[in-house]
Design a protein around this ligand. Structure first.
Ligand code: PAF
Length: 282
């Protein structure tokens, strides 16, 4: 495995691979890897000759009061985990290389980004769309892998790749969870012991909601209320949103029918976590 730290060297490597007829997949990350990222690598390895993982903490997707500065960073640890998982190349560009002085171009996806996380993080998806476009242009992958924990992000990137004819197949892979159901996230490291225990309620509340729907509940408000009540029973929890949305458009639903997604964003102490599940009702 090699680590390439600059864009022009990455481009040279990509050209060489294409010349040799090799297919390329990209696993975009911000580092501080966990099993969720590694599951994407595993999937990527099955489908392409070369797996490139980008590690870049993208400042333009963080709000001014968010955790860009303290986002966990440990390249050595990431390199070991990536090597073990079979990554061929880590792409680790610098901030200056990605956003040189005078940088002025941004990508906005006008659907799918207004609801859920888009409400409280208005600049977030523009930052993600921009950096992912840049990564796609540099790495030129045939396939790119995203996790379902960030469902809205994965759906937005899929839409962007299709709308802009990027020629990249965007795959969304299932959420990987800890033993107690907490979705893996680099941000879980911020949680205190008590917050970490409380955070397991997210998965429990999603499962409970699935059960309510399975047992016939179709009123979205009743289901979201049940989820909210469970989450509120935990001392360190503060709900940002609990929403039932159409799984295609991500718009709010009142009645549960067809394919819907239940999505939650909750602070445990200072740490904002998200999770979701999709439910199919015939
Ligand atoms: O999900 C993430 O880690 C980031 O949003 C991504 C896709 C790497 C873009 O910075």
């Amino acid at each position: 495995m090699k680590t390439i730290e600059n864009i022009s060297r990455m481009s040279t490597f990509v050209k060489m691979m294409k010349k040799e007829g090799k297919s390329i997949s990209l696993v975009p990350t911000m580092g501080y890897l966990h099993e969720g990222h590694l599951s994407l690598v595993k999937a990527a390895k099955k489908h392409t000759d070369v797996v490139i993982m980008s590690i870049f903490i993208n400042p333009i997707q963080f709000g001014p009061k968010e955790d860009f500065e303290k986002y966990p960073r440990d390249l050595k640890r990431d390199e070991e985990m990536a090597r073990e998982a079979g990554v061929d190349v880590i792409f680790y560009p610098s901030l200056k290389d990605m956003y040189p002085e005078g940088y002025a171009t941004y990508v906005t996806v006008e659907k799918l980004t207004g609801n859920l996380c888009g409400e409280s993080r208005p600049e977030h998806f523009r930052g993600v769309a921009t950096v992912v476009t840049k990564l796609f242009n540099i790495v030129k992958p045939e396939v790119a892998y995203f996790g379902q924990k960030d469902m809205q992000q994965a759906m937005m990137v899929k839409k962007m790749a299709s709308d802009l004819n990027m020629g990249v197949e965007v795959k969304m892979m299932p959420v990987v969870r800890e033993k107690d159901g907490l979705a893996m996230s680099s941000r879980n490291i911020y949680l205190s012991d008590a917050e970490r225990r409380d955070a397991a309620v997210l998965y429990q509340s999603l499962k409970n909601a699935e059960m309510l729907v399975k047992n016939g509940e179709r009123d979205a408000r009743k289901v979201t209320k049940a989820v909210e009540d469970m989450i509120k029973s935990k001392q360190s929890a503060r709900i940002e949103y609990v929403k039932l949305v159409d799984a295609g458009e991500l718009s709010d639903v009142k009645m549960i029918t067809g394919e819907i997604a239940l999505a939650v964003a909750v602070f445990f102490g200072e740490t904002r976590l998200i999770d979701n599940t999709t439910i199919m009702v015939k």
